[in-house]
Ligand binder design. Structure first.
Ligand code: GLC
Length: 537
């Protein structure tokens, strides 16, 4: 049995986007009591814990990623008491609870910013990143906002610009100021004392900026854009050396880890968007004195091919040492993988093979709500688009609403999510994949995912073993997972055609949930979309 302090190592974390999980009070928006009502369902998946996207007080310019009170619940989602109830219920079911911490920036409605913007001499004058215009009145440098335009907005009161890596309504805090760092660590302590089991750290490599405000260089012509932002976004044209991922951040992450270590058994998972994400993930999670885990967009935005996935794993393995990744194929920021990768594939078999692959990687796993149902990206018409990012770049990039629509609990009207028209429409294709329908079929994707999670749990090599890639041909992905005396060869056929390969070593096929493969004289036959797990001698 695993030491409970390290529950997160190899654990499966189910991400809940509160607005779209279950609406308990009939306002068309999901809420905390709705989540509590469905915790039995979450526990039935066999996951180790949940990550709740933000439910804090917020004007909702970026749907909660713009916080105006770090220590309270937005009335839209319920009350602090509702959160405590949720936490109690989750713990009673053996589920850990990780909450989002968006500490890099606040809402422009946060009292800190309201005070800071008044003049240049107030007590919080230096809590945000303020800078004088250039002599010609233009912004201090060439930094861009991910959500469009300059990262600087002029405030006439101070006659200065302030920095925002995201929306104008999300001013960036000045982490060079120790009072800011302490205030945010205190906010985190508040939730740790309440009993949460850890944090998902929003934009964890964005905390610091270059104090000299140097311009970012342009990418060289033909140089790969690795940030994973949509092609249509000029943010990807720069090399982000001065606005993010500053070396000073490492010391702060150590300070943050010292706080976490006061609460044994808690964990952190950082979100990394960077020009060199795997390098950063290795840097931030190695050594046991910074983050516990981190995730990147390498499998979240990527093109699909076994060769590409092989390359990502290989690159990370080369850097890793004791670094610990958290892999994800979907979340609230990217197109659902069933569509992004599986648009032309079998809609039931394809999500299953990709989830089997995900659940076999070395590291922890985030599973995004609805992924266990194989939901495709919802089609949201322009009139219903809510995401400001989608409005700016439409129609080249339609924003993030398509992965944020309500969970279909039943195939009734509104998918049993709400009594009224929800904040984002329920895609009618989702009703066919509703929880109620899938519960009724033993071989549904939902039941397969439960079996796959249980299978991972039964095999220490899968949740905590080392990983070594094996070359098994371009069309298949293969690696060996090893823990003490358990050695498993895992092979995945992510495509729609049957494949064959020779085993690199003798092995015996394990009975893996719902997969059919054949082994004849060390030759492995894998039908379309099938995985094979073999115990090596
Ligand atoms: C992260 C969040 C995203 C949000 C952004 C700004 O990338 O996942 O939803 O818009 O940070 O906080």
């Amino acid at each position: 049995m695993q030491d409970s302090t390290f529950w997160w190592r190899g654990g499966v974390i189910y991400q809940i986007y509160p607005r779209s999980f279950l609406d308990s009070n009939g306002d068309g928006i999901g809420d905390l009591p709705g989540i509590t009502e469905k915790l039995d369902y979450v526990a039935s998946l066999g996951v180790d814990g949940i990550w709740l996207s933000p439910f804090f007080t917020s004007p909702m310019a970026d749907f909660g990623y713009d916080i105006s009170d770090y220590r309270d619940v937005d009335p839209m989602f319920g009350t602090l008491e509702d959160f405590k109830t949720l936490l109690r219920h989750a713990h009673a079911l053996g589920l850990k609870v990780i909450i989002d911490q968006v500490i890099s920036h606040t809402s422009d409605q946060h009292p800190w910013f309201q005070e800071s913007r008044c003049d240049r001499d107030n007590a919080r004058a230096d809590w945000y990143v303020w800078a004088d215009p250039k002599p010609d009145g233009t912004p201090p440098n060439n930094w861009l906002s991910i959500f469009g335009g300059s990262a600087w907005t002029f405030d006439p009161r101070r006659r200065q610009y302030y920095l925002h890596n995201f929306l104008i309504e999300q001013p960036d805090l000045n982490f060079h100021n120790p009072a800011v760092r302490d205030a945010q660590l205190d906010n985190m302590r508040f939730w740790l004392e309440l009993g949460v089991d850890g944090f998902r750290l929003d934009t964890v490599n964005f905390y610091f900026h270059d104090a000299q405000l140097r311009d970012n260089p342009a990418l060289d012509p033909g140089e790969a854009k690795t940030l994973g932002a949509p092609e249509a976004n000029p943010y990807t044209w720069q090399r982000h050396v001065h606005d993010i991922s500053r070396p000073e951040n490492l010391d702060f992450l150590k300070q943050l880890r010292a706080l976490m270590d006061e609460f044994p058994g808690t964990t952190t998972v950082g979100e990394i968007g960077d020009d060199h994400p795997l390098e950063r993930m290795a840097e931030y999670t190695a050594g046991g004195d910074k983050l516990h885990m981190a995730y990147t967009f390498d499998l979240l935005n990527a093109p699909r091919s076994p060769a590409y996935i092989h390359e990502v794993i290989e690159r990370f393995q080369r850097l890793a040492g004791d670094a610990w990744p958290c892999w994800a194929l979907s979340n609230h920021d990217v197109m659902r993988s069933a569509t992004r990768w599986g648009a032309d594939e079998d809609s039931e078999a394809y999500p299953k093979i990709t989830l089997a692959m995900l659940l076999s990687l070395r590291g922890s796993v985030c599973l995004y709500q609805g992924e266990e149902l194989g939901l495709p990206e919802a089609d949201v018409p322009f009139e219903r688009i809510q995401d400001p990012y989608g409005k700016v770049l439409w129609p080249d990039f339609k924003g993030r609403d398509g992965c944020r629509t309500p969970i279909p609990w039943t195939d009734d009207i509104q998918g049993g999510f709400s009594r009224v028209e929800p904040w984002l429409p329920v895609d009618t294709r989702h009703l066919l994949r509703a929880v109620s329908r899938q519960e009724a079929r033993a071989d549904s994707l939902l039941n397969s995912v439960r079996a796959l999670i249980a299978f991972r749990r039964e095999h220490p090599a899968l949740f905590d073993g080392d990983l070594r890639l094996v070359d098994i041909g371009d069309e298949l992905l293969g690696f060996v997972r090893e823990h003490d005396d358990e050695r498993l060869l895992c092979v995945f056929n992510l495509g729609g055609q049957a494949r064959e390969c020779r085993l690199p070593e003798h092995g015996a096929l394990l009975d893996a949930p719902g997969f059919t493969a054949r082994l004849e004289n060390d030759s492995l036959h894998l039908p379309a979309y099938q995985a094979a797990y073999l115990r090596l001698d």
